[in-house]
Design a protein around this ligand. Structure first.
Ligand code: MN
Length: 488
């Protein structure tokens, strides 16, 4: 694994430095209209138990039927993770008892998953690291137990029972909360580009189990604890940090880490014990006799490979090469496919660096302020393109471009027509500007005197002229005229 040199990721304890070792299991809900083994709908937000087939309810004698679309989605994701797709995989029963699991087992994959080893490149402020993917397997989600809706009963909603999940297991390659957060962010970007999961943590269709252990640098791996079902990227970071501190405190005290499953409590900002960790044999895995092994042929895999979109890493490299953007700016723009498309449309035939700056600073700033995503931006890429063209041809100044953007945001319309209609054209007419300059110079004899000795005062005069012209003066022309007038 490559890791940027020189940056220590160690955590300081009372007795020296510790290294935090993190591996993640991400459960991502597969984008599919129907469930993994039944035709019931996967629509979010339906009335309780309105999307439950006889298979999902585990009625006696009902048989699961594999949903080919979900298999294709898993293969697509595997190819997007540069992973090995296994042409033969097996569905197993993972046996455990829980009220929201009517079958008494989850259909999952154990020894033979559909996707094997792959890798994800993760962007960090100080460089890039490669995180290994151990495997990706398909499995069913469980239903939901609702404990708060009735004073003396727990209720069960099976709408989610049987929905397809991809469990994506990383190698223990992550070394800090920051790296773990960046990894999940990158994985989410890839899944969205592929269209294989909405990966929306708020809706619960991306959930993270985080494995954390600590060790002295260079020492063998220590016992780990698994923090279950962390449901936001911020909480992932907090959970790792608090869990690492807890383990370091125990070890420095001469204690021993017990392998267990823990829960993160966002209110307290700490993890607490949930149960001692089960071993695989506790689940009594065995191949599901109701399902044949899953066999994929080369043509099926090849047709999916042929339909893959340009992925974020490739797009980023292209933006750097084709548009001359910095790696950082390119990374920001490709984080969402919609943003990358927007940028490319705005930049078409124009100064791409100016377009990138405008999209990253003006557009993103305004979207953040409004609390909306780019897909709901009231200013279209074409309109931003026109604003950039107006600046490039000298019709408006950079300052007016920002005002113009705000007008288009609030009122819509053609930027070019707005410039004409509101008289926003840049003033380059030296006669008109000289008149303004003469007035300012006459009113400020002290500053005029200073300007000769202190050239920095020139900037003050430029500011005054820009103010007097409501930002419409061409700054270069003003500069020239002022220099002549003040003799600097
Ligand atoms: Mn799982």
């Amino acid at each position: 694994m490559s890791r940027p040199a020189g940056k220590s990721k160690l955590v300081r304890g009372a007795q020296g430095d510790w290294e935090v070792v993190i591996g993640m299991e991400i459960h991502a809900q597969v984008t599919s209209k129907a469930k993994l083994f039944s035709g019931a709908s996967t629509e979010f937000g339906g009335a309780p138990n309105s999307q439950v087939s006889l298979v999902d309810a585990a009625m006696p004698g009902m048989l699961p039927v594999i949903n080919a679309h979900c298999v294709a989605q898993a293969v697509r994701t595997g190819l997007g993770l540069k992973a090995k797709v296994n042409k033969k995989s097996v569905f197993d029963r993972k046996n455990y008892f829980y009220p929201d699991l009517p079958q008494g087992y989850q259909i999952s994959q154990y020894q033979a998953p559909v996707v094997g080893e792959g890798k994800v490149l993760v962007d960090l402020p100080d460089g890039e690291i490669e995180v290994g993917i151990e495997r990706l397997h398909l499995e069913q989600d469980a239903g939901k137990s609702l404990h708060e809706q009735h004073p003396t009963m727990s209720l069960v909603d099976l709408n989610r029972a049987g929905v397809a999940l991809m469990e994506i297991v990383s190698k223990p390659d992550l070394r800090s909360a920051e790296e773990a957060k960046a990894y999940v962010t990158k994985l989410r970007t890839i899944l969205r580009y592929l269209g294989t999961s909405d990966a929306d943590m708020e809706k619960g269709n991306l959930r993270a189990d985080v494995n954390v252990s600590v060790r002295k640098p260079g020492a063998p791996l220590n016992t780990r604890c698994e923090i279950k079902n962390v449901n936001s990227i911020r909480f992932i970071g907090q959970a790792i940090e608090s869990e690492a501190r807890r383990q370091i405190a125990i070890l420095e005290d001469g204690g021993k880490i017990e392998q267990e499953t823990r829960l993160f409590d966002p209110a307290k900002g700490e993890t607490r014990s949930m149960r001692t960790k089960e071993e695989a044999h506790d689940y009594r895995y065995f191949p599901d006799p109701d399902l044949l092994p899953l066999e994929l042929d080369d043509a099926f895999i090849a047709s999916i490979a042929a339909s893959l979109p340009e992925l974020p890493d490739e797009k980023k490299a292209r933006f750097v090469k084709e548009y001359g953007l910095s790696a950082y700016d390119a990374g920001v723009l490709v984080a969402e496919r919609e943003t990358a498309d927007y940028f490319e449309q705005a930049a078409k035939g124009r100064d791409a660096k100016a377009a990138a700056n405008f999209v990253i600073n003006e557009l993103f700033g305004r979207l953040n302020k409004a609390g909306i995503g780019i897909e709901r931006s009231p200013v279209a890429a074409e309109q931003v393109g026109t604003i950039l063209a107006l600046v490039a041809e000298g019709t408006i100044s950079g300052k007016i471009a920002k005002d113009l953007f705000e007008i288009v945001w609030e009122e819509g319309g053609d930027p070019r027509a707005i410039v004409e209609g509101r008289g926003l054209r840049q003033v380059t007419d030296t006669g008109a500007l000289e008149q303004v300059i003469d007035e300012i110079v006459a009113k400020n004899p002290d500053k005029t005197a200073q300007a000769k000795a202190k050239p920095a005062v020139l900037g003050w005069f430029v500011g005054q002229v820009m103010r007097a012209t409501a930002g419409k003066a061409n700054p270069q022309v003003v500069n020239e005229l002022l220099k002549k007038k003040l003799g600097v």
